[in-house]
Design a protein around this ligand. Structure first.
Ligand code: ASP
Length: 440
């Protein structure tokens, strides 16, 4: 078995965290490819190295003094080096070089930001006593800035011959060699790419939580960890607001059918959450039929009525044409015989509602137009829901017992999710009621 392991910033925030990471890596010889983020926050209110680096880059680009944030960066790395008792990591000279490059004004913002991961990987390599391979030699971008997967796979091929290696996350290189970073949180993507390139059997993503929760713990404090979730379910949940892995980090491993195992560096004995392909999700993985519940506030519902609307060809098309004209996409569009409702995201229609209303009135000539704002949508997601009788009944019984009325219902034909819209003030209560109905 080959495991690619990625450690996030909070797992590397100080020497104590480095020791935990090293213990995890050493405890399993299958953990051969170690991808690291830059040191993150040690406590709330602390600063992430990457944020400090961006600040230095911005100040330097204005020819302003960047010594204060740079001193904080220097202190962090030197403290980790010293506390780990490392003598050959040469953090001092490496930091001097970066400081000089910043002062010269000749380096890009991406290059400066990437140094957080670069230095961290050097330290981790030195601490583990294993080689560090620079991501600029592995991860390649095309001229247009998009990831060049073919070239990346080619450049990564020799990695497989190494018994073990540490690789900095978050960045790669353009065809000319200039460093380019992914978007924020992009070390997850590096980990996924390396996992795919070395043909890993598992991509372990080590972070500071026990796994993904079945519901937002700020709303449901007793929410349990998901033991397993499929990529498809996860997409539905994250679309509806659950904050999970970096979106783009999923596809390289998903395509290669490599499972992701999310685990907690501070509690390695925990089971974590497995993210697997739909077909691999077996019954034993799951305690119930629901994988999780997530939701978002901030939607508006526009309901149009017109006699025999269902027989009118082009009504929906013309409505969508109006939206298209204003660059607005829709969330959902359930309809009845004489009515049609469209759900829109408030952020998309901000400042456009009056003109939308006017155009709908004049172009579609509906009998009535009703607008309901402050709507929250809640998605109950689970592959097993499709084969289970009575899911909707259970859900709506739970809502009615909580005294909450649903404003709208939408179920995808794949029956993997059931979306209900409620008044925003009922959002938290509804999430709790649904959680209790399915997950307890
Ligand atoms: N250090 C980068 C960031 O803070 C990338 C990462 O941690 O994944 O966004």
């Amino acid at each position: 078995m080959i495991k690619t392991v990625k450690f996030g910033g909070s797992s590397l925030s100080d020497a104590g965290q480095f020791k935990k990471v090293a213990a995890i890596v050493r405890s399993d010889p299958e953990r051969r490819f170690v991808v690291v983020s830059a040191p993150g926050k040690r406590f709330s209110g602390d600063e992430k190295i990457t944020d400090l680096l961006y600040r230095c880059a911005d100040l330097a680009s204005q020819w302003e003094d960047f010594s204060a944030p740079f001193a904080l960066i220097r202190d962090r790395y030197l403290a980790i080096e010293k506390d780990l008792g490392l003598i050959a990591a040469h953090m001092g000279p490496a930091l001097d070089e970066i400081e000089k490059a910043l002062a010269s004004g000749l380096v890009t913002r991406d290059f400066v930001a990437s140094r957080g991961e670069y230095l961290c990987a050097r330290l981790m390599g030195a601490y583990l006593g294993v080689p560090m391979v620079d991501a600029a030699q592995l991860i390649r971008f095309r001229e247009d800035g998009e990831l060049d997967m073919d070239a990346t796979m080619l450049y990564c091929a020799p990695l497989k011959d190494l018994p073990i290696a540490v690789i900095p996350g978050f960045y790669g290189a353009m065809p000319g060699g200039t460093v380019r970073t992914f978007s924020r949180g992009g070390s997850d993507i590096t980990g996924a790419i390396i996992a795919r390139a070395v043909g890993a059997d598992v991509y372990e993503n080590w972070t500071d939580v026990d796994g993904f929760m079945m519901a937002d713990p700020r709303i449901v404090p007793e929410a349990r960890i998901m033991h397993a979730v499929s990529y498809e379910e996860l997409r539905e949940l994250s679309y509806m607001g659950a904050s999970v892995l970096h979106e783009e980090s999923i596809f390289p491993v998903r395509e290669a059918r490599i499972p992701i195992h999310v685990r907690n560096t501070n509690r390695p004995e925990g089971g974590g959450t497995w993210i697997v392909n739909e077909g691999t999700l077996i019954k034993e993985h799951r305690h119930g039929i629901v994988a999780g519940i997530s939701g978002r506030k901030g939607f508006t519902m526009i309901t149009l009525t017109k006699d025999n609307l269902h027989k009118q060809v082009g009504f929906g098309y013309n409505l969508l044409k109006i939206l298209d004209r204003h660059g607005i996409s829709f969330e959902s569009m359930p309809c009845g015989i004489d009515n049609l409702t469209i759900i829109l995201n408030d952020a998309d229609i901000k400042g456009k509602m009056d003109v939308l209303y006017h155009e709908i009135r004049t172009e579609l000539k509906p009998d009535t137009v009703e607008i309901a704002s402050s709507i929250a949508l809640i998605a109950t997601v689970g592959r097993g829901m499709a084969r289970t009788v009575g899911v909707a009944a259970r859900l709506f019984t739970a809502l009615s017992e909580a005294g909450i009325s649903s404003r709208i219902i939408d179920q995808s034909p794949k029956e993997m999710n059931l979306i209900v819209g409620v008044d925003q003030r009922d959002f938290e209560g509804a999430v709790r009621a649904i959680y209790r109905a399915f997950c307890e």
